[in-house]
Design a protein around this ligand. Structure first.
Ligand SMILES: [Zn+2]
Length: 117
């Protein structure tokens, strides 16, 4: 059985990044944060990309199908929580696929909890 939470993301998963798993695991039109990656040779979830969705995490994950083998996610009630989770994971894991610091949505004055950007 696959071990979970070895990376300490606080996210659920990993699940295959495929239509069936996304449909089964995610709620429609709900904010959330996610990590994409793969299971390495030691059985750990290795993160290649992190992101968040302010309105519809399910649709956003669908758009990533084909770019990674697996995903983890967590739904949040508030957009801001999803953004802050994305920032925390960006600083903690420095994924190879994230070239830039997460940007806050237009009109929001939130700051990153780690670096105050
Ligand atoms: Zn930051």
């Amino acid at each position: 059985m696959m071990q979970q939470e070895l990376t300490g993301t606080g996210l659920r998963g990993p699940f295959p990044l495929a239509p069936d798993a996304i449909e089964e695991e995610l709620v429609d039109k709900c904010p959330g944060a996610y990590a994409l990656g793969f299971i390495d040779h030691l059985g750990r979830f290795s993160i290649t990309y992190v992101g968040s969705a302010g309105e519809d995490l399910k649709s956003q994950l669908r758009s990533h199908i084909g770019t990674a083998a697996q995903f983890k996610f967590r739904h949040f009630a508030e957009q801001r929580q999803a953004f802050e989770k994305e920032c925390e994971m960006f600083h903690q894991f420095m994924p190879t696929g994230n070239f830039l610091h997460p940007s806050r949505p237009h009109g929001a004055d939130w700051t990153c909890p780690r670096c105050r950007k």
